[in-house]
Design a protein around this ligand. Sequence first.
Ligand code: CUV
Ligand code: SF4
Length: 634
Amino acid sequence: MPKEKRELKDLSIDPAVLDILSLAKQKNYETVWDRLERQSPHCKFGSSGLCCRNCVMGPCRITEKTPKGVCGADAATIVARNLIRALAAGAAAHSDHGRAVAVLFNEVAQGKNKDYQIADEAKLKSIAEKFHIHTSQDITSIAKEVARVALEDFGKQDEKALNFLEAYAPQKRKETWQKVEEALFSQTGKKMGILPRNIDREITECMHRTHMGVDNQALSLLVQGVRTALADGWGGSLIATELQDVLFGTPDKKVIKANLGVLKEDQVNIIVHGHEPILSEQVVAAAMSPEMQEKAKEVGAQGINVAGICCTANEVLMRLGVPVAGNMIHQELAIMTGVVEAMVVDVQCIFPSLGPLAKCFHTKFISTSDRAAFPEAVHIQFDEHHAREVAQKIVETAIEAFKERDPQKVHIPQEVEEAVVGFSVEEIIKILGGSPKPLVDAILAGKIKGVVGIVGCNNPKIKHDAFHISLTKELIKKDILVIGTGCWAIAAAKAGFMKLDAQALAGEGLKEVCKALDIPPVLHMGSCVDCSRMLVLAAALADYLKVDISDLPLVGSAPEWTTEKAVSIGTYFVASGVPVHLWPMPPIGGSEEVVGILTEGVKDLLGGYFFIEEDPVKTASRMERIIMEKRKAF
Ligand code: CUV
Ligand code: SF4
């Protein structure tokens, strides 16, 4: 966090953001940056991971003079415990999302829910094949069996690895995990499991082990963190992605529009924000219905415009081509345009500041999930069994609000970019002509040096989108293909990096490949749970070459990360064999031992590791070095 007061232009590279920020200043609307300034400087114990509140003999803070907490826990234990608690929360968020999808999918399969259907039978069959489920049966029987293996991963009590991990992870990687478990046992004499057995169980075990007086060794704690992260990446998140594709369709290539300029002055604007397409798909469908469009005309609007924010945006843009109003940082700014009739939210990354902010406008801030409540929100309880009805009610509430819009407050930034999106693994393979071979050949020939996956959030401590965009730009210049998800993907879309024109920004080799395939050099692979798509792609390449993921010229990054989910994502990439860059520094600086394990120690065990770098250009160079090193071994 910079010490001096930052000027407006230092807060974001997005002109739409700066436009609304000057408006906010003029009108005295409070933003995330204002609150950050008031919270700064942040507590050093918290930022280095050295504050423990896990029992009430504490809270304890570790310093040179007081190197032990009241119970005797040292810095390494406290830092590791805090880290895996954060990781467990992140894995829980993704996996609870995955569970909701699995439960719904099961009900659809059982014929108990008619508001949703199986939209993609081909995908369902391809999933079934991975589990050796007979695909010659009728669709509902296949669906029932797939639902069973998915739900089992949340509840089975045996010691075997997750069904989904067994079915999806590449052979060599599974062998690596097995070997690591054996090596850890023979080196330490203590059993340390890496292979996750049950998604909920690993999260619970993180909570158990971090309770006062249970697990008090950094390595042991971090290995459980790795197991929990794997339960997310190859479990909860993967189940979310796969079954959402079955219920809503597997994404394919399409052109969308991005940034606040997608909001329309003459229409009812509804923003869907949060994470779960179970809700947003229904809101989009209801808004598009002729009946609702007609109602909108009755209040004087030209129609209804739905736009997304955060990962909900990514879900509906990938599948339905719905425009995206912005990433995480845009959530308050969107309301400040004065044209948002309703902001409809479910779970995750939704600022509780939105309720009070919406009160300054005609905007209805609508919460819908039984898991999430917000101050000053209008709660319209979502229920999968009455999904259409509830979605209609939400849209009607937005239409009503249109009448209250104050023209004096309307201020829509003009910025809008086009982006080619929709790169599911299935779509990528289709574009490649049915097999990963052309991509592998391009990599072997050096036209594409390697692939970097960028994920994650925005963080007001960092100039908004700046790291995302400079890093992306540097990488494609170096003939490195960039893929990714989450708020990075929205940043790239807004900055024009996902247009076909962006091929011009790529190095000669990458440009040639992208031209031949008619794709941008930067690929949108979806929402945060869709980071699992990147794992599946890596697995496809590894299995095709009969190598481990750690042998591939792949690097990951979360350059503006914020959430606990990002801790889990970063860790499952590392655990899957991918070196992962992070900025800002995670709260582990208080323990050299923990830093050592995560940046060095894991390398020999898992092949992946974390590295921290503040400068985008240096990050890109370091990634290139890692990739060139890996290429040598090819
Ligand atoms: Ni789930 S986790 S800010 S929306 S990417 Fe966006 Fe992505 Fe981070 Fe949240
Ligand atoms: Fe302090 Fe130990 Fe309790 Fe943590 S668990 S608050 S270090 S006494």
